[in-house]
Design a protein. Structure first.
Length: 235
């Protein structure tokens, strides 16, 4: 059991979440007011730099086609992307991937706090931070390609990736991480932020009022906690 889970309380967790989300949303609002050109690149409202570059390249190819004689037009001749277009795509990708980490941080805090009685696995917490990065990259790679989507499903089936979950709520946290990654991949990370706000505060409130209390579950948690505090000696 970590020091974080021993020290945190529902009230302190909600205060920490409130401060963090206020800073995050305040930073986004400040960027939007001071740097509108940079705000248009943030993946929070559907702005997709990749699609913008595709449109610009398509327009450039049409312009070239119009400048050539009718018998010399070749639609397949598309000019290579410029340095500014490449920088635009790189910035969008970097902001999308970094945004998933910023959104998932409070989710991991909530998970560690609510699991304070039974303890949590360090690898699972780290997986919650890394999983949205993979999901975002997958969405950006697939886009509207049905063939890539089937290819990804085939690779996942071949790998047979499995995770042993201690409780059902662990699967919900994994699903939340995937949702954040998907939102970032399609350029709607703002929806992921709103989801994270409701997700974290809902779990914090349910933890504070001990909603769904069950004596059998309480006894099981007490047994797990005693086992963590007093591990059996190895033979």
């Amino acid at each position: 059991m970590t020091e974080f889970s021993e020290a945190v309380t529902p009230r302190r967790l909600m205060l920490k979440l409130t401060v963090y989300f206020c800073l995050l949303l305040g930073s986004l609002l400040t960027i939007g007011l001071l740097k509108p050109e940079l705000a248009s690149m943030l993946p929070i409202g559907g702005t997709d730099a990749i699609e913008i570059v595709r449109i610009e390249i398509k327009q450039d190819s049409l312009t070239i086609g119009k400048s050539l004689p009718d018998d010399a037009k070749d639609v397949s001749e598309v000019p290579p992307p410029t340095a500014s277009q490449i920088a635009m795509v790189a910035l969008f990708l970097a902001l999308s991937l970094a945004g998933t980490i910023l959104v998932m941080l409070p989710v991991t805090w909530t998970y560690m706090a609510t699991k304070r009685e039974t303890g949590h696995r360090r690898t699972f917490v780290r997986a919650l931070l890394v999983l949205p990065i993979c999901a975002t990259t997958i969405v950006l790679l697939i886009q509207d390609s049905l063939a890539l989507a089937f290819g990804l499903a085939a690779m996942v089936a071949a790998v047979r990736f499995r995770v042993a979950l201690q409780e059902a709520i662990d699967g919900i946290y994994i699903f939340a991480a995937i949702c954040v990654g998907l939102a970032a991949g399609i350029g709607y990370l703002g929806i992921g932020i709103v989801m994270a706000v409701f997700f974290c505060f809902t779990n914090a409130v349910l933890w504070s009022i001990d909603y769904g209390q069950n004596p059998i579950d309480d006894a099981e948690r007490a047994r797990r906690r005693a086992k963590l505090e007093n591990p059996e000696p190895r033979a």
